[in-house]
Design a protein around this ligand. Structure first.
Ligand code: HEM
Length: 300
């Protein structure tokens, strides 16, 4: 499986620190966040496609972290368009698995090398010509940039959709493989006006607003990929007519006041019944998050 070198992972961390500054003890991306207790209740629909223990019939405990994508833990909520929702599922055998999602459905680049080149360029404070050259070199980034450009001001963690972006393989008892993409859909889509007003005021409104909304919930759906749908390209969408199935519900309850902030929401840690396709961005996240964890543990 393709992974990136330690040197490239360190270059990525150095470039992020050059852009956003050093923030001891903080994640080198998605630095500002809060944790919540949760329960995921599968509805049995995924059992046809996967033997994964947390997607059968029995509810499992989970920990959820909502975050702002910036590496700056003091970022004003309204200023960065992409937010995250990370879920750590606790499986019956004591192991854990992760779904780490953001509010945009596609990523900027097909490879980690291209993304790291972009952040290195950003750290060097590029001129308009350098930017044009970069976009011409990586035309696949257009889709994600277009979505981010047209994103409305972020209103609330509890009313947004979240996408793990990458495809995964579900593997059933017979060993049959089914490509899937997940999506979290919020139960709550109301109170827009009140939330828009809140958005105009406080710099840290999202966490405070979320704490007032608890308990909240999300439905987990999978889209079933078909022949020819890309499974190894994080910039590619699947055709909208693909079949989508609801496979369970996440109930998010109390805020965790003193969380274990050592969790690394590594999306490549999957249980039996789920496999990672050969998507280079997905696999690189294992090494990049380890590099970030090493730095945030050392400079705490
Ligand atoms: C090469 C591309 C990427 C780089 C360099 C990168 C970098 C990072 C880093 C350094 C962290 C902090 C990890 C830690 O200290 O635990 C992080 C967290 C995160 N990343 Fe990425 N990432 C990439 C791709 C993606 C993609 C494709 C997604 C889409 C779902 C994503 C979503 C997230 C989220 C939601 C978090 C927060 C996890 C948490 O709550 O702890 N990242 N990323």
């Amino acid at each position: 499986m393709r992974k990136i070198s330690d040197e490239l992972a360190e270059t990525a961390m150095d470039s992020i620190e050059r852009i956003a500054g050093k923030h001891p003890g903080c994640r080198r991306a998605h630095a500002k966040g809060s944790y919540y207790e949760a329960v995921f209740t599968p509805n049995g629909q995924a059992a046809l496609y996967t033997t994964a223990a947390h997607l059968q019939q029995e509810p499992v405990k989970a920990v959820v972290r909502f975050s702002d994508s910036s590496p700056n833990p003091n970022m004003i909520d309204g200023l960065s368009p992409v937010k995250g929702m990370s879920v750590q599922f606790h499986l019956p055998d004591g192991s854990t698995t992760y779904l780490t999602s953001v509010t945009v459905p596609v990523f900027l680049t097909k490879t980690p090398e291209a993304f790291i080149e972009m952040i290195r360029l950003a750290a060097d404070k590029p001129g308009p010509r350098d930017l044009v050259k970069m976009f011409l070199k990586y035309p696949e980034s257009k889709a994600a940039f277009r979505i981010i450009k047209h994103t409305k001001p972020f209103i609330s963690y509890s009313t947004s959709r979240y996408y793990p972006i990458h495809a995964f393989y579900f593997v059933n008892e017979k060993g049959e493989k089914q490509p899937v993409k997940y999506e979290w859909t919020p139960d709550d889509t109301f109170q827009l006006k009140a939330k828009q007003e809140a958005a105009m005021h406080a710099a840290d409104y999202l966490e405070a607003e979320l704490d007032e909304q608890l308990p909240i919930g999300f439905d987990l759906t999978i889209t079933l990929g078909e022949e020819g749908d890309a499974v190894d390209d994080s910039t590619a969408s699947w055709p909208p007519e693909r079949k989508t199935i609801s496979i369970g519900h996440l109930d998010i309850g109390a805020k965790i006041q003193q969380p274990n902030d050592h969790i690394v929401f590594d999306p490549t840690i999957v249980p039996e019944g789920i496999e990672c396709p050969n998507d280079p961005v997905l696999h690189a996240r294992h090494d990049l998050y380890a590099a970030s964890f090493k730095r945030r543990s050392q400079d705490m």
